[in-house]
Design a protein around this ligand. Sequence first.
Ligand code: ATP
Length: 231
Amino acid sequence: MSNPILQLQNIHRHFFQGGEDLHILKGVNLEIQAGETVSLVGASGAGKSTLLHITGLLEKANEGDVMIDGVSCNGLSDIKRTRIRRNEIGFVYQFHHLLPEFTALENVVMPQMIAGVGGNKARKRAEELLEKMGLAERLTHRPAQLSGGEQQRVAIARALANRPKLLLADEPTGNLDETTGGEVLNILLDLAREEGTAALLATHNTSFAKRTASCVILKDGKLHKGVKMGA
Ligand SMILES: Nc1ncnc2c1ncn2[C@@H]1O[C@H](COP(=O)(O)OP(=O)(O)OP(=O)(O)O)[C@@H](O)[C@H]1O
């Protein structure tokens, strides 16, 4: 069997605040395979965003290792960590962070051009992704001309544009109503499975968490296996 796409090994994170040692993550372990979707739930302040930041190589753990497709990222230089982050990891946030002056299509083309993909190829990939998102009629719309759900679908297409091995999403539907959020989540999960992307999604919405292949709960600094969920 091939390597898991993501392995978190004994991750610890402390914050030192006002003379106090806040030990937020106390030995977190997790494995996610290609095409596997996992939701991350936990009370506010449990450390979900901190764990996603460490997993996305945006910050470092005080102890432990993040392995991306078998590569140990702990001891790598900042340049190598940035390269892995750019090439192997896609991010979706609660707010879409699309570039307002560019169209939907251009927003999805852009990260590919930055990664060195040629214009025609990048455009074709962007069109395909946006069509799968049900946005074929919205390619030339700017973010302000799109609904919240449409904006978030463009953000998901952008995150997947460079075919990342790992998709990290922090409350990807947190800014949407229940129905729209559910639709956006289904699209995200279908696409991640279809593309073989490993996905870790932090969410407060327990009914949404049921739609991923598995669910982990962050509590008292450790991950606990959630009840085995649906698909
Ligand atoms: N840079 C920092 N310095 C000090 N404390 C921090 C820092 N970043 C996070 N924390 C603390 O770590 C804890 C976990 O924060 P985090 O944002 O990861 O939680 P969360 O589970 O994502 O919460 P929410 O669901 O409310 O977004 C909180 O108590 C927070 O105050």
